[in-house]
Structure formats: C-alpha cells, structure tokens
Design a protein around this ligand. Structure first.
Ligand code: MF3
Ligand code: CO
Length: 249
C-alpha cells in the first residue's frame, strides 16, 4: 500500500532529507586519494547526529555503518572500512537520516582526483538519468514513466541499467511501496498522486547489467567488473510538480 504524506509530514520529512543531503555533501567534499572509507563514514555519522537525527542504514538488516561506499566496479552496499581511496577511483556514496520518525535517502558518485573521461561520462549520464526520471514524477503520470525515462536515457548512451535493485517509496520507513525500477514501460504501473514520496535511484553500469553479491553478503559488484555509478534523490510529488527533498543547506 502506498502511504500518502500530509503537508505537515512532508515538512518533517524535508528536514530528514536536508540532513541526509548535508551528510552526502560533506562526504563528497572529503573524497580524495588517501582517505579511508571508514573515515568518510564517520564524518557523515557525526554530522547526522549533530543535527539531532540518526543514520537510518545503521543496523538496517544488520548493516554495520552509516553510509554505503562503493568504489569503481562496486555498485551499491560497499561497507566502509580500512580501504584507502585511490586517485582515479569513482566513489558511490549512499546514505540517509531519520528525523522525528521520517526518513531521507540519497546517493551520489564522486571522483577521487583525476578520473578517466570514460568514468566521468558514466557519472554524468547516471546523474542526468536521475533528473530525467524526476521530471516524470508528476501527478497524472505513472511509475513506468519514471522508469522508462531513466532506461531510455541510459541505454541510448550505451550503458546498462541494474535490474536486481530498484528505487522505492519512503516515509516512516526507509523502504515503502511502491517499487521504482529504473527500467520499464511508459503508462504502466501505479498512478502518481500528490503526497507520494519516492527515492529514485538509477544504478548504471558501463558494461553489462549483471551484478552479484560478494561473500560479505552486502557488497554488490558488476559481473563483468565494469564501472558502475549511482545517484539518488528523495522526491515528493506535489500539485506543482516534482519537489526534490534531498537538498543541502
Ligand atoms: N541505500 C539503499 C537504498 O537506497 C538502502 C541501503 S540498505 C542498507 O534503498 F542496509 F545498507 F542500509
Ligand atoms: Co534508496
């Protein structure tokens, strides 16, 4: 069941999203060669706590950290640790915060130092595909409009959409109905109405779409070891169109 949010609830959720975006921005500014992923995670956790919120991934299904930090061929759910970021890496960071019972969720891929033009283009296309999807998050449309906008943008540029993982509704839970796949057919799926809040999150591979999970039971990598990028916003559908909620100060 899709849970619609009232204006009052959206206001609280906006705060959770602002904090989520602030933490993501902070990590983004700290990504550089030599820093460990655990150091980045700690920065985000301290920021979220300082804002009176809590990291919402921590302990979710036993997940051990604030952020998921996934490097190069890692798609999502990389666990922060002692690994040092290297020059040329692309670093996907996904995190969120819960504030007064409401959740925010966002992700972005950052460059460590100088990266290859190919990696830069993958990041650009993935970010752009998120905005193509967000444009379709409008009253009167359907979930499939968002999904197909992302898919067609990405595939026209020679990349692949990950299918095993999808975006989602979000609110008093991190994951709510409906699912928001990054592939699909326009005009299909449930109707979009004001009060819906969606986490839209294309995960895009430079090579083939296949992924697998490593023995740590979390880290998802590309089957062909190609690079992968990930961008996510929490978005509200309003009478005036899509509102991106995960915006930092
Ligand atoms: N980042 C995922 C999402 O966007 C959730 C992470 S699962 C966790 O839906 F366990 F790592 F928290
Ligand atoms: Co999400």
């Amino acid at each position: 069941m899709v849970i619609l949010k009232t204006g009052r609830e959206l206001k609280i959720m906006k705060e959770a999203c602002r904090i989520s975006a602030g933490a993501l921005k902070l990590i983004g500014s700290a990504v550089e060669p030599g820093v460990t992923t655990a150091e980045l995670d700690r920065l985000a956790e301290e920021y979220i706590l300082s804002q009176g919120a809590k990291p919402n991934f921590k302990n979710y299904n036993g997940y051990p950290a604030t952020a998921c930090i996934s490097i190069n061929n890692e798609v999502i759910h990389g666990i922060p640790g002692k690994r040092k970021i290297k020059e040329g890496d692309i670093v996907s960071v996904d995190l969120g915060a819960v504030f007064e019972g409401f959740h925010g969720d966002n992700a972005a891929t950052f460059a460590a130092g100088d990266i290859s033009p190919e990696a830069k283009r993958l990041m650009d296309v993935t970010r752009e595909s998120l905005y193509e999807g967000i444009k379709k998050a409008r009253h009167g449309g359907r979930i499939g409009d968002i999904s197909s906008a992302i898919q067609s943008y990405v595939e026209a540029r020679g990349y692949s959409v990950v299918r095993q993982f999808v975006g989602h509704g979000i609110g008093t839970s991190l994951h709510e109905a409906p699912e928001v796949p990054n592939f699909g057919t326009p005009g299909r799926g449930i109707r979009l109405v004001p009060g819906m809040t969606l986490a839209i999150e294309p995960m895009i591979n430079m090579g083939k779409a296949g992924v697998r999970t490593l023995a740590d039971n979390w880290t998802v990598v590309t089957l062909d070891n190609s690079l992968s990028a990930h961008f996510e916003h929490t978005v509200a559908i309003t009478p005036d169109g899509p509102q991106i909620m995960t915006v930092a100060d």
